[in-house]
Design a protein around this ligand. Sequence first.
Ligand code: FRU
Length: 475
Amino acid sequence: AVPDERHRPAYHFTPPANWLNDPNGLVYWEGRYHLFYQYNPAGPYHGTIHWGHAVSDDLLYWEDYPVALTPQPGQSDEDGCWSGCFVDDGGVPRVLYTGGSGQDQLPCLATSEDDDLRRWEPDPKNPVITGVPAEADVLSTVDWNAEFRDHCVWREDGSWLQLIGSGIAGIGGAALLFRSDSLREWEYVGPLDIGDWRVTGPVWECPEFVPLGDDYLLHVSDYSTVVYFVGTYDDQQFDSHTHGVLDNGNFYAPQSFTDDDGRRVMFGWLPEDRNRGAQWDAGWSGAMSLPRRIKPGPTAHPIIEPASEVTLLRGRHDGYADIRVTPDGSDYIETSGDTLELQVTIDPCDSHEFGLILRQSPDGSEATQIQYDRLHRTLTVDRSTASLDTRANDSPQSMPVDLTEQGMVELQVFLDRSVIEIFANGTQCLTSRVYPTRDDSVGVDLFADDGHVRASLEIWEMASVWEPNKRTERP
Ligand code: FRU
């Protein structure tokens, strides 16, 4: 099949072809950024999962490296090398990941001897934990022992500590804490945190636990949403006082790392939001988010913003100041495109429902509306007319957004073909996926359903990070 390139992001990472899900093993190592990711080389579907690998100097332009981890027949990862993290073992680069084998999901260790982390040797001691704690095991169904996977490892008081995602039957998703001296033998400490299954589901995947200023941030993926908790941590006890959602849309299983400046950068998986047939026809599925910086802010909630490098992709710029928008339309915005950064500030004046339109066709048959509802303080991506293709999800996506102190709605929006990443007022994110069918669905506009608003708009055309002929072959 001819790969469908029209929806493939131009400045978000995607593998050369086939399936991508979670980011894994993120690290800044020997002066370069490494992105590993859940990858199925056999096709654009979640099958026998390998670790793909890409390397970058700037978090923007990625060089495809050979597959880093491959399931080994007869070993504890024979059915899949699932998600895991990087471990700096006193200068020796290792990864800890979940080996899938029959009914088991158990942690496996691998080590690299290359400066550029190209080749990885599975550890002879794998799996490094051989059984699931009894309280998690009772989740078992007929054909599966326990949900017990995904790893976050850190050093504390001369020991290794590790979190594994799981669940406790009848109670909820859980992040289970383990301790080790060697990375090869682990003792179970107990749950670091347990959710309520009615709120955050029966299983937590991809737990990550990191410092955030004086506090700590735990985030987990609960099969639909990335939930976070902020709280205090002392003596292996976590007490959360704040919670929230890292992204309200198509964003899942994120992971973060710190670079040499101590900056914490996060990537998440942007799943497709069109059906399997459409993904199969496209030949590729899944993209990485932009690199997002996570940092403590004035409230207990983390600040989430695009990493500053992203501005290096900015090309041609258009600025529109003091645009007046009424139900009859807005002043003319001549900028159009499907790879844009937009910064929009809207003064609601006397309007209650207003917003930004992207990927609009001249005849109006396709358009995606990013609408602010002032009464409910809610931002909604209305995809009801985003695509004429019925294989694309047309359901709306929403998040709560307060007005700024100045009474404005401030949005930073990254449009990259099928990806729309929205950052609102510094703390709220919503990522959406849209698949317009028409080549001329590239219009940008503002709208107000009632009353009028005043807006200013900055738009940059964004560069593509791929040379056209780099996409077809994996080195
Ligand atoms: C999350 C997840 C992880 C697992 C991996 C398998 O998307 O289900 O729990 O390790 O993907 O690909």
